[in-house]
Write a new protein. Structure first.
Length: 71
């Protein structure tokens, strides 16, 4: 099964409940649409993650795998 784009999900990004970490200065926002997690980094760029991908991403964050990218 091919993963949908944000546009193919048929939701209005401006109407979503975007959440931002209080410590996030980089402008990363997350919204949840059914089984999908949307990550918005800037402007109109929205990445879509399924539940497994999102769990792996969070696991990597907790392990510090992205620390170098943040510095």
């Amino acid at each position: 099964m091919r993963k949908p784009t944000a546009a193919e999900l048929g939701v209005d990004p401006d109407a979503l409940d975007w959440q931002r970490s209080e410590s996030d200065e980089g402008g990363i926002e997350v919204a949840f649409v059914g089984e999908w997690t949307l990550l918005r980094t800037s402007g109109d760029l929205i990445s879509v993650f399924d539940q497994h991908e999102w769990a792996c991403f969070l696991d990597g964050v907790k392990k510090g795998e992205f620390d170098r990218a943040a510095s």
